[in-house]
Design a binder for this molecule. Sequence first.
Ligand code: GUN
Length: 632
Amino acid sequence: MELIHRDGLSRIARFSTGHGIIETPTVMPVVNPNIVVISPREMKRLGASSIITNSYIIRRTERLRETAEKYGIHSLMDFDGPIMTDSGTFQSYVYGNVEYNNLEIVDFQRKIGSDIATILDIFSRPSDSHSEAESAVEETYRRINEIDDKEGAMIAGTIQGSVYPDLRARSAGLMGSSKASYLPIGGVVPLLESYNYTKLVDIIIDSKINANFGKPIHLFGGGHPMFMAMSVLLGVDMFDSASYIKYARDSRLLFPDGTRDLGSMSAFPYWSPINGKFTVTELLNTSPEERTKSIAEHNLAAIFMEISEIRERIFEQTLWQYVESKARSHPFLFNAYRRILERSRELAKFEELYKKSPFFYFDSYSDSHPVLERIKRFSESTNLGGREMEIAGETWKPGRMDGGFISNVYNRTDHRIRIRWENLSVPVELNETFPVEQVISASRGQYSDFRSEGRKPDQPGSVDEGGVEAIRNFDLQKIRTVADLQFIAGIGERLFPDDVRIIKSRNTGRIRNIMTPDDRIIATMRAHDGFLTLNVEGAMRLKEISAFPMFRVQVDNESASFNSKGFNVFFKFIKVWDQDIVPLNETLVVDENDDVVAVGRSTVSGYEMGQYRSGVAVKVHHSIAGEDKLDS
Ligand code: GUN
């Protein structure tokens, strides 16, 4: 997998198959080779880049088998893009038994030229006992191991484990490190059919975080547009959908938020391919074949429309907000959303240091957003009691910490001053840092601007200002506190000793550069998110005051010589790294002697770092021998 864009666990990424590249997230429509309602060629026009079909059905049907063996699956399906084949596991689950064993069915898939061939995994039902599900996990693992290593098809090794978190985690770990290069989450169709999205949330999280970030994750049967955004939010890359055709046969139309019966509709939506071709009454009165085909087209359009929206949301890094609003479209989705919030702490390590888009704060549910976890934990750790003042939210407005407050109050006392920000109490020094300033809040209207009104904050206003000398400097405290949040508590004071010079923007009054006394830039404070970008000087300082391998990736000397000239760091050259790296945070690039050669921004978390094989791990912005690449 090569990562292109990310938003927490969700990603736009690419992987290659024998018939081209697949860009995730996407849906593979299921094509039954016996009953083609919409041809694979038409599928392409409707948005599908890849399809899935069933090798078991092909093998059992003589006519199909002969053509597939002679001319290949791409010719049989008349489709030149990537084709995945399933194995017959699902038939075995539905009918109790199948005629071929694992090796036979995988060999057959390879022989007919499938791009992604699936093992005959053991389907565990949600109602299975722990010991039944455990045997299925073990047998499925045995089956992936009995397959020989051959060039050609990617092998899909299904993660099973029923509803048991320990078994999902175990199966994910086993399959993730096996020869399977594609990882479907299986055994979930009964849960999807019964709208048990809450259980699915746990299954997806337990599978995703224990599997392998370097491999695509597929949700078997998960192609209903209602639950796709939530699945992608939790790290699903791929779906297959038979629902577009199954629902069409029952005259049911898919929508991003649910399903409607044709008979109970008044009109088709503007975006539907049926709109303008038929009225509802006309479609009801047309032949069953034509009706099924038309609805199937509508259903595919609904699916791919939802996929485009999800992709755009990842690009903007607003997928969470989309899921939050979708959660209100059905009580079962809402319940599942609440389950995600309960697991917010586990998800927080995949959250970027900052997002491109503002943080939407709606209500107390927003308090559990994983993006807040970092600032929450930091704020709690600095909430030490003792001499402290809190400014009420009503007297504080984001980005407007002035009106004499700083010179009159802040700089003349050593109290820890905090702002009440939503339901949190945050050190006032973080007032410009994501997401404190970048919030769009439902309670925004309650804030008043005390500068324009000439008011001072209530409590701090009681401090005696008369003739008291400044004993600290807000700007210096601010850059130190941001560094403490961005790296680790206590770093700020050592990165920025008393002798640094702080340069501010003439236009905005905001801190811009932090310099050494002899005018070298240590770091820049970014206007859009209030975090620090380190220059080489800052990188060297950070390295000196932190133990190996904190905040770093270590590369071999050959890669280091490239990185020292400003070239990005690729995953494959990284030898050692800090497991706690935060995605998009400043990351030091060091050579085999732990000497800094460059500094940049990490594309993934330390947790994911060892699992990706291709692509850029650190986007270098400053290096010891290169031109500086300005980033903002
Ligand atoms: N299709 C739907 N669920 C499954 C599953 O668990 N395994 C396989 N191989 N195919 C499926």
